[in-house]
Structures are given as C-alpha cells and as structure tokens.
Ligand binder design. Structure first.
Ligand code: PMV
Length: 322
C-alpha cells in the first residue's frame, strides 16, 4: 500500500481542556477553544504493509519508546477497525519543535497521524469524523484539524464530542509568541494529568464555570475585543493551573522563569501593550498579542533572564494531506 503523508500544526488553548469524563475515548470534562499555530508543524507518513509483524514508529529519526508506540497503535487499531483491515503500519513522524515540553506537540502529532492513517487505510472521511478520531489519540489534537479559532464541544458521547471552526473572528489576526524557558520533556504528561484532575477540590468549580468562560471567549473573538480576551484567557489558564497545583499528586509546571514572564506581562499590560499570557502543561509561556504589539513584545521577552528563545506564530491552517 502507498505511503501517505500529512502535516498538522499544534494549537494553543484559549479556554483549556483539563480532565476527562471517559479516559479511553478522551471525552473531555469541559468544552474548549483554541487557536491553531503556523510555523510549528509535525509531518507524519503512514504506510500499511502486509509484511510487518508489528506497528513501527520512528519520531525524529529515532525508534520511539514503547509507551509512544502503544499510544499510536491504539489509534491505528481504531482506524484498522473502521477500514476492516489487519495490516500493520510503519509510521515516521518529525516535528520542527521540542516535543512533550508543553507546546502542545501531541495536538499536531495525533492530528497528522489521523489524517495520514485514515487516507493510507483507504478511508474517505470528513473532517468532523477525523476530529473525533484524533481526539482518541490526544484530546487537544481534535482541534488541530482546523485552522484559526476552533471550538471543541464537550458533547455527550463519542459521536458528538468533536471540533468545529468558529465562524466568527476569521479575520482577527492574533499572534502567539512562545517564550521557551525549558525544552526538556515534562515529568508528568497531560494524559496522566487528566486522570488526577478530579482529585482537586477546585476542578468541579472550574468545570461548572466553563460555559460562562466559553461564552466570554466567543464574544471577545466576535467583537475583536483584545482586553476581554486577555481577561478570560489569563483567568482560564490560572484556573487550570490552580487545579493542577491542588490535585494529588500536585502538579507544579511553573518555574521561576515562568512566573517572571507572567509578572512582566502584567506590568506591560499596565503600559497598554496588547499582550496576555497562557500556559499549557509545561513551564513555557504563550504570549498572545496583536500584530501591532508583536515586535515590541518579542523584543521585551528576549531581554528577560531565562528566556532561551521566542517563537513567533501566526494563525495556522488545519491538518491536511501533503
Ligand atoms: O491533549 P492533551 O491530552 O495533551 O491535553 C492538553 C491539555 C492542555 O494543553 C493543558 C490544555 C488544552 O486544552 O490544550
């Protein structure tokens, strides 16, 4: 069978997903909204081969760990069952950014894998179905099927928990400046993190308030209201990290450099610079800003001690075949 290659970009959640109702299907505890990021990308090639005796996975030229391979095989098993085939697959994946460091590498990885594997297996699926498939690999991956602003519906089951592009705010060109302070693999990944979210006494309050935050985020995007977006994005990130920090075990992803950037962003806001922060499951800080403030924010971030690199991302496209 012919090899098929797909490309996907990671996304940054403006309203975050943390915790699952169903860990196997990755049905989320709450809905979320994200922005897909250009510049960073994962390219994945899948080839089903009747001669293979096991699935093979290579990431950035190296044979992948058993844990990563098993996770990919789980997704391939789902695709094999849909395509009614038993052929095993060779998967090669490469990314142009640090993986597992809290810059949402799994969102790009599983979006690219879903698109490439479905096509390689001979399936002709619509994007909504591909989004549901990608969700099983990594929840946030279901949002990388689309470009620009995307909403992932909490849904009630496998059939109705998928992503869709937000029809509003299509021409609002926000930027994400990612301040990298640590690119090593995080000690406690998000798959394990979702499983302990419920152990925080704050998770119930965070989840039940999510429809309100989603509505405010949609309103900010619709009205291109950057100040409102900042308020809701920072609140949402702080709520998620409060849950992380109060779960058992407690997860503290922030380092002193992370906090230094958060504090710098707060002081720049008081000077009316259009920027706000949001942080995923890692120490690196995503600084959202308008194109007008991007150069100044980049310049200031680079001067902060501990900032190793600043990656500039405009809005990216959805996952697609090469
Ligand atoms: O998709 P996962 O399992 O890697 O979880 C993503 C979790 C966060 O990045 C912290 C939030 C989000 O919505 O992307």
């Amino acid at each position: 069978m012919n090899p098929v290659t797909a490309i996907a970009h990671p996304n940054i959640a403006l309203i975050k997903y943390w915790g699952n109702r169903d860990h196997t299907l990755r049905l989320p505890s709450n809905g979320s909204i994200s922005m897909t990021l250009a510049g960073l990308e994962t390219q994945t090639t899948v080839q089903f081969d009747s001669h293979l005796s096991a699935d093979e996975l290579f990431i950035n030229g190296q044979k992948a760990s058993k844990r990563a391979s098993d996770r990919v095989s789980d997704l391939l098993n789902h695709i094999r069952s849909l395509a009614n085939t038993h052929h095993l697959a060779r998967v090669t994946s490469s990314s142009n950014f640090a993986i597992a460091a809290g810059i949402a590498s799994s969102s790009a990885a599983f979006a690219a894998l879903s698109v490439a594997a479905a096509q390689a297996a001979g399936l002709d699926l619509d994007t909504k179905t591909l989004s549901r498939i990608a969700r099983r690999g990594s929840g946030s991956a279901c949002r990388s099927l689309y470009g620009a602003f995307v909403e992932w519906f909490v849904g009630t089951d496998d059939a109705d928990s998928f992503s869709q592009p937000l029809s509003i705010g299509k021409d609002w060109e926000l930027m994400d400046l990612i301040a990298l302070v640590d690119q090593s693999e995080k000690p406690y990944g998000s798959t394990r993190g979702h499983k302990i979210a419920e152990s925080s006494p704050l998770q119930t309050a965070r989840v039940s308030d999510t429809p309100r935050r989603l509505a405010l985020c949609r309103a900010a995007i619709k009205d291109k209201d950057f100040e409102l977006l900042c308020q809701i994005v920072e609140l949402d990130s702080n709520l998620m990290h409060s849950v992380m920090q109060t779960s058992t075990p407690a997860l503290l992803y922030w380092t002193p450099e992370t906090v230094r950037i958060m504090q710098a962003v707060k002081s720049w806001q008081s000077e009316k610079l259009e920027v706000c922060y949001t942080i995923d499951a890692g120490p690196n800080v995503h600084c959202l800003c308008t194109p007008a403030s991007a150069n100044e924010v980049e310049h200031r971030l680079k001067k902060l001690p501990g900032v190793q690199e600043v990656i500039l991302c405009a809005q990216g496209n959805g996952a697609h075949l090469l």
